[in-house]
Ligand binder design. Structure first.
Ligand code: ADP
Length: 601
C-alpha cells in the first residue's frame, strides 16, 4: 500500500471540496441571475409592447401598413427595442428594424401563435433576420372582442448574456481568490494537524531507540495531546520497568560473578543462556563470547557435555562428579543439575552448578594415606614386639641370653613406637597451633637457638663421627618461636648426620637477606635422587624406607620442619645432588606479621 504524508491526505480533498463548492455557488448564482434578468426584461418588453399597442389601436389593417411601420420604427428607435406588428393572419405590417413587405408570415412563430390566441407569448430564439439571440414578447391587440393582431417587442439577449458572463467572470475571479485563501488556510490547518503528529512520530522513534527520558510535547489539539500524554506515561512506566530489569540483572550478574561455584544455564538446544566467571575459569571458557553458543562449541570438556545432556533429559535434579584436566592437573568437580522452568512451568533448559572439590578430595586422599601410613608405621614395631613376646613365651624366656636379646628388641621397638607417637603429637600440636594461630613468636637472637640444637645432636654426631659447624652472626635476630625453630634445626641436622658418611662435615649457616633470615643446613652425604625431591616433605615419605627405619627414622621429621616453617610464615626448600650432598634452606621473615598454615602435607 502506497503511503502518503498526512498533509497530502488532508489537503487535496479539502481543496477539491472548496473548488466544487465555489463552482456550485458560481453556477447557481449565475443561473439565478440570468433567469432573473430574463424575467425582468420580459416584463419590460411586455410593458413596452403594451405602450406601443395603445398607439396602434384601430390601425391594425393591411391598409395602414406604412403608418404602422413608421410608428414602429419611431417607437423602436426611441425605446431601443425592436417592435414588430403582425396581423392575425401572420402578415407583418410594421417592424422597427426591417421592411415588413420583405418579411415572411409570422403566424408560426411560437410567441406570435400564443398572442394570437389571446395570451402573452414569449420566446427566446436565434433571429435569422438579425443574426443574433433574441428575447421575444408578443401581446395580443384586441378589436371588437377579438384578436386583430399582435405587437411583438424583442431585444437582443446577446448583450444580456455578455453582461451576465461578465458578472460570472467576476464571480469566478472572486471565487478563485477565495479558493486560494481557503487552500492556504487548508494548508496551514493540515500543517498544524500534521506537525504535532510528526513530533509524536519522532518521539515514538526516540522511545523505540531506548531514549525514554525525553517526554513528548503536549499539543493544543485535545486528541493529539491525549495521545502524547498516554505515550509519555507509557514511556515513564517502560523506563521504570527497564530500570528495575537492569537493576535486577546487575544484581544477578554481581551475585553470579561473586559465586565460587560455577553456574551455567543452558536451553533445551544446549545453547548457553548464562555463564558466570567461575564456570568459565573451571572449564577454560571465554566468558565474553560464550553466551548464545552451543555448549559443544564453547568447551571440549566431554564430562560436562555428558552431564548437561543428563540434566536436560532428567525432569528431577541430578548430581554427579566431573573429573577434568586443567592446566595439566586433575580437577574434581561436584556438579548439580536442575531443570530450568519458564513462567508457565514448561521446561526451558537446565541449570548446572559445579563446585571445585579438588582441594577437599586431595585432603581426603591425604588423610586416607596418612591413616594408612600411620597404621603401617605402627604395625611394624607392634609386630616386632608381638614376635619378641611370643618367642619369649615360647621358651626363650628360660634362656637368659635369648630373653635379654628379645627384651632389647621389644625395648627398641617400644622406643620406636614412642618416637612415632611423639612426632605425630608434635605434628598435631603444630597443626592445631597454626589453625588457631596460637603459635607465640618473640624477637629472638638466633645464634643461641642454633647452638642449643647442635648440642642436642652432639651425641649422634660423635657416634657417627660427623663434624657439625655453625656459622652465624651473634646479632642475627628474628621473630620466632624458639623451641619450635630449635626442633626444626634439630630435625635437619639429625638427618644431615644420619645420611652422611663418617668423617663428613655438616654446616649450619644463618644470615640476614633483606627482610628475611636464611638458615642453611648442608651436608656432604649421599644426596637425594631428583624424583624424590617434590614429595620429600610429605608425612612418612622416605627415599629408602628400610634404611630410614634401620637408623631410627620415623618419616615425619621433614613434615614437622615444613609445618614449623609455615607456622612462621616462612618457606623451606631442598637442593640435592646425588653423591655430593643436600642443602636444606629455611627462609623466615624477620618480623612475623601473622602465623600461617597451608594445610597438612
Ligand atoms: P626420616 O625420619 O626417615 O629421616 P624425614 O622426614 O626426616 O624422615 O626424611 C624423609 C626422607 O628424606 C628420609 O627418609 C631420607 O630418605 C630423606 N632425607 C632427609 N634428609 C636427608 C639428607 N640430609 N640426606 C639424604 N636424604 C635425606
Amino acid at each position: 500500500m502506497s503511503q502518503k504524508k498526512l498533509i497530502w491526505q488532508i489537503f487535496p480533498p479539502f481543496l477539491a471540496i472548496i473548488i466544487c463548492a465555489l463552482l456550485a455557488v458560481t453556477w447557481t448564482i449565475s443561473r439565478e441571475l440570468s433567469s432573473f434578468q430574463i424575467r425582468q426584461t420580459t416584463k419590460d418588453l411586455e410593458a413596452r409592447a403594451y405602450l406601443a399597442g395603445k398607439q396602434l389601436t384601430g390601425q391594425m389593417t393591411l391598409a395602414n401598413i406604412s403608418t404602422v411601420d413608421r410608428l414602429c420604427k419611431e417607437l423602436g428607435n426611441s425605446t431601443a427595442t425592436r417592435l414588430t406588428v403582425i396581423l392575425n393572419d401572420g402578415t407583418v405590417i410594421g417592424d422597427s428594424e426591417n421592411q415588413p413587405e420583405q418579411m415572411d408570415n409570422h403566424s408560426n412563430r411560437p410567441e406570435i401563435a400564443q398572442a394570437l390566441q389571446g395570451h402573452i407569448g414569449t420566446a427566446t430564439r436565434f433571429s435569422q433576420t438579425l443574426q443574433q439571440n433574441m428575447l421575444y414578447v408578443a401581446i395580443p391587440i384586441m378589436g371588437q372582442d377579438r384578436v386583430t393582431g399582435t405587437i411583438r417587442a424583442s431585444l437582443s439577449i446577446t448583450a444580456l448574456e455578455h453582461t451576465l458572463s461578465k458578472i460570472t467572470l467576476k464571480f469566478v475571479g472572486g471565487g478563485l481568490v477565495v479558493a486560494l485563501i481557503a487552500a492556504l488556510v487548508a494548508l496551514i490547518v493540515s500543517r498544524r494537524m500534521s506537525r504535532p503528529l510528526g513530533e509524536l512520530q519522532k518521539g515514538a522513534e526516540r522511545f523505540a531507540e531506548g531514549n525514554l527520558e525525553q517526554s513528548l510535547p503536549i499539543s493544543t489539539v485535545t486528541e493529539i495531546s491525549g495521545l502524547a500524554e498516554a505515550m509519555n506515561s507509557m514511556a515513564a512506566q517502560l523506563d521504570e520497568r527497564l530500570r528495575t530489569v537492569i537493576r535486577q540483572r546487575n544484581e544477578q550478574e554481581a551475585v553470579l560473578a561473586s559465586m565460587i561455584e560455577g553456574v551455567i544455564a543452558i536451553d533445551t538446544d544446549q545453547v548457553v543462556l548464562r555463564i558466570n566467571s567461575a564456570a568459565a575459569h573451571l572449564f577454560d571458557i571465554n566468558l565474553a563470547n560464550a553466551t548464545g553458543r552451543h555448549i559443544g562449541e564453547v568447551t571440549r570438556k566431554v564430562d560436562l557435555h555428558r552431564f548437561v545432556e543428563q540434566a536436560l533429559t532428567s525432569s528431577d535434579p541430578i548430581e554427579g562428579e566431573l573429573t577434568l584436566l586443567h592446566q595439566g592437573e586433575e580437577r574434581y568437580l561436584q556438579a548439580h543439575g536442575a531443570p530450568l522452568r519458564g513462567a508457565t512451568g514448561q521446561k526451558i533448559g537446565a541449570l548446572v552448578v559445579v563446585h571445585d572439590v579438588t582441594r577437599l578430595r586431595r585432603l581426603e586422599n591425604l588423610r586416607r594415606d596418612f591413616v594408612a601410613n600411620v597404621s603401617h608405621e605402627l604395625k611394624t614395631p607392634i609386630t616386632a614386639i608381638k614376635g619378641a613376646v611370643e618367642t619369649l613365651q615360647g621358651g626363650a624366656m628360660n634362656d637368659p641370653r635369648d630373653s635379654q636379646q628379645f627384651l632389647e628388641i621389644a625395648d627398641r621397638q617400644v622406643d620406636r613406637l614412642n618416637a612415632i607417637i611423639e612426632d605425630l603429637l608434635a605434628l598435631s600440636r603444630l597443626e592445631r597451633g597454626a589453625e588457631t594461630e596460637t603459635i607465640d613468636c618473640t624477637m629472638e637472637n638466633l645464634q643461641p637457638i642454633f647452638t642449643s640444637a647442635l648440642q642436642a645432636c652432639a651425641i649422634i654426631a660423635e657416634a657417627r663421627e660427623v663434624q657439625v659447624s655453625l656459622f652465624c652472626s651473634e646479632e642475627l635476630m628474628a621473630c620466632v618461636n624458639a623451641p619450635l625453630l630449635e626442633q626444626a634445626i634439630i630435625n635437619l641436622v639429625d638427618n644431615a648426620i644420619k645420611y652422611s658418611e663418617a668423617g663428613s662435615v655438616v654446616t649450619v649457616e644463618g644470615w640476614q637477606a633483606g627482610d628475611q633470615v636464611q638458615i642453611k643446613v648442608q651436608d656432604r652425604g649421599q644426596g637425594i635422587p631428583k624424583e624424590h625431591l617434590p614429595r620429600l616433605f610429605e608425612r612418612f615419605y622416605r627415599v629408602d624406607a628400610a634404611r630410614s627405619r634401620a637408623i631410627g627414622g620415623t618419616g615425619l621429621g621433614l613434615a614437622i620442619v615444613k609445618h614449623i616453617v609455615q607456622a612462621h610464615n616462612g618457606d623451606v626448600v631442598v637442593h640435592s645432588t646425588l653423591g655430593e650432598g643436600s642443602v636444606f634452606t629455611i627462609s623466615l621473615p624477620t618480623s612475623l606479621a601473622s602465623g600461617g598454615f597451608d594445610g597438612p602435607v
